[in-house]
Design a binder for this molecule. Sequence first.
Ligand SMILES: [Zn+2]
Length: 689
Amino acid sequence: MVLNRWRDEDAKKFVDAAGSDPADQELALRVYTSRLIGQDHDLVLHGGGNTSCKLVRKDLFGNDVEVLHVKGSGWDLETIEAAGLPAVAIEPLKELRSLDVLSDEDMVNAQRRNLLDSTSPNPSVETLLHAYLPHTYVDHTHATAMLALADLPEVEAVVEEIFGDRIVVVPFIMPGFELAKAAADIFDQNPNVEGLLLKQHGHFAFGKSAKQSYDLIIEHTNMVEKWLENKSGKLPKRSSPPSPDMLQKATEILPMLRGIIGDASAKFSGNRDQAMPVMDIRAGENVQEFLERSDLASLATRGVATPDHVIRTKNHPLYITRDILAGGREALINAVDDFVANYTAYFERNAARFAPGEKTLLMPTPNLAWIEGVGAVGISANAKAASTASDLAEQGILAMTNGEDCGGFYPVSEEKLFDMEYWSLEQAKLGKGAPPKFQGKIVMITGGGGAIGLATAKAFAALGANIFLVDLEQSALDAGLKALGSFHAGMALDITDKGAAEKATQACVKQFGGLDILVSNAGAAWTGEMAALDDADLRKSFELNFFAHQTFAKAAAHIFEQQGRGGQILFNVSKQAVNPGKGFGAYGIPKAATFFLLKQLALELGPKGVQVNGINADRIRSGLLDDDFIAERSKARGIDEDTYMAGNLLRREVEAHHVGDAFVMLASSPRTTAHVMTVDGGNIEASLR
Ligand SMILES: [Zn+2]
């Protein structure tokens, strides 16, 4: 059941905030109900769906212009603002209806040149459909229940059974001019309907007011849900927390699968160092139950619930049965190879309908996997895209289950899906703008909530990496994750505990599917001259400043091995490792061991393509060198704090972000290993050979 979330008091707040212009107030209500729709993921997901309203605005001469405010591309209904509903002069759009054909490029251009504000985003590709319906407010969703209905083989009969003549069915046509014309013609023949059901696509409803149109969206959707429930005798299962069992199995499978898909992508792109994809697993009860269906093999070849999904998930999932899983790495490689071959054949079959060279084959690797007993896995260039693919996959699962149990799930044909996936407007975007340098890279950082750890995380994240922070303190971790924003994750734990490294790397795999770079950064100093040092302090320091580096390196190397595509380990060593400071033995000695560990690992992991490098930094403001300590040290030396902090060859303070940037630099050097870079402003005694 989809809730009607309209609240008069909330609506009033939107109107009040819009100022005195009645048109702005109408638009504010449009924003309000667009958000209500966007907030309900059973109605729309990830930019799917769109809304509009028709208003009168003044031009520069004070003349009235009838405009259509319609969702602009790049905006999401969930968070839309007035600026996300650009105004287009409606008359010129109506004139277009007399044309027999209009290319997508010409349509986009006509929409753009009739914008009231030339800086607005592109109006939706469904703009003309909104323009040709006479109602003031028009709402369009890809509601899950509506998709189940839209993909039924007997959709017309069922729509009549549920709605009588309240809703009329529009045959499937790709979004754009042709669909707008066809839908408008059908509406003109049925001018009293409250909505349209676009076959194999979605739902439209409309009304005089924002509330009326929204109410209909909810009412229609609930009528369909009820019908589906009665017909199947089941309540639909929605996304739920993952089963720990399935997640555990995923930690064994995902890194291997990630590496195999990485190999296939590298082969396709011709770039040996091609990034591997990032993954997002869903393993709730809904997915678990779905993956046990006896008709899963058949459903895996049917297609997607609404053509929009194809851009994110491709036409079919990579279907991994228990038999394939039992066959291990070889069987998985074969499954991925088969997927690539099938996808390439699908491309060639359909591209043949176009001029030679008109269509460019996209990366032929899977964007979604159904893994029996493990989960549904979104696979994409970064965590955000992978999560989108998974969200759509879960919606698809619900639509498929409902549809298949109520008459059949029959989405659009392969040809039509191809036309959507290889749409000229989408193809035109290809090759424009290189992806961020660290896109697809999963970076784990210990001590991630501290000054250097977080600065390093930010430096990697700014270049597109997805970060997994590890920190002792939950509060530092939370603050770090908040600073990084969405699509990063982390875990609070004591890295010196037994099994901590495995726990952290497994959590990272569950989150993102694997690991590319470990920044083994956490450290702390115990002080005291060696002759007087408590053995227990030295042991504690060794646990953190040496053994934790070793256990995390070992756990990371294990994931790298499963992936089979190299990896990187970066240590935060210390100038103390080569240049002892009085009273810092307890810190410097384990760091010296870590320095040697770096070389040992570089030697042993090199043949597997794993690079091992490190940073020797010194005198950075951090938890280790806090304000009190700085005050004490500078006083002891009889100099002011700034001079103390800049006490190096360059006479410049070294800051945490300099260390972060240096880690990024090392990670950017694909043919460098066993190297330690100094980031200390210059210290000749601590300089390396
Ligand atoms: Zn649509």
